[in-house]
Design a protein around this ligand. Structure first.
Ligand SMILES: [Zn+2]
Length: 123
């Protein structure tokens, strides 16, 4: 951030970096106001990358596995069963938040997957 942005237009004083709740920016103590303010966004919500979910291990005879894959990918049950028989098949691709949601659910029922590119968030 440039020095200009840190200067308060009202009093000419220098602002200070401040975080307050979900707000982040430069604050002037003397005037008791924000000079520059941004919303502090979770990195995962700002992530515009599309992640491909690749199957490592699943059981096509397990109804929970079929259901979860079908739900996430939009495949019908037959297609989901087929996908679960093929290690390395791409189940679907989606945003970081969508993929995180799927990975958490799939972990619970025992479907093992990885993503391309590598998923940088803890599941
Ligand atoms: Zn000021």
């Amino acid at each position: 951030m440039s020095a200009d942005l840190e200067e308060c237009l009202d009093c000419g004083g220098r602002g200070e970096l401040k975080t307050e709740g979900s707000l982040y920016g430069i604050y002037c103590e003397a005037c008791d106001k924000w000079i520059v303010v941004t919303t502090n966004i979770e990195p995962i919500e700002a992530d515009t990358e599309l992640y491909s979910v690749i199957l490592d291990c699943g059981d096509f005879e397990n109804k929970e596995h079929v259901r979860i894959v079908s739900h996430a990918s939009g495949m019908n049950f037959l297609q989901a069963r087929k996908a679960l028989q093929t290690r390395g098949s791409e189940l679907f691709s989606g945003s970081a938040t969508t993929v995180l949601d799927f990975l958490r659910r799939s972990k619970v029922v025992g479907v093992e997957c990885h993503t391309v590119p590598l998923f940088p968030y803890s599941v």
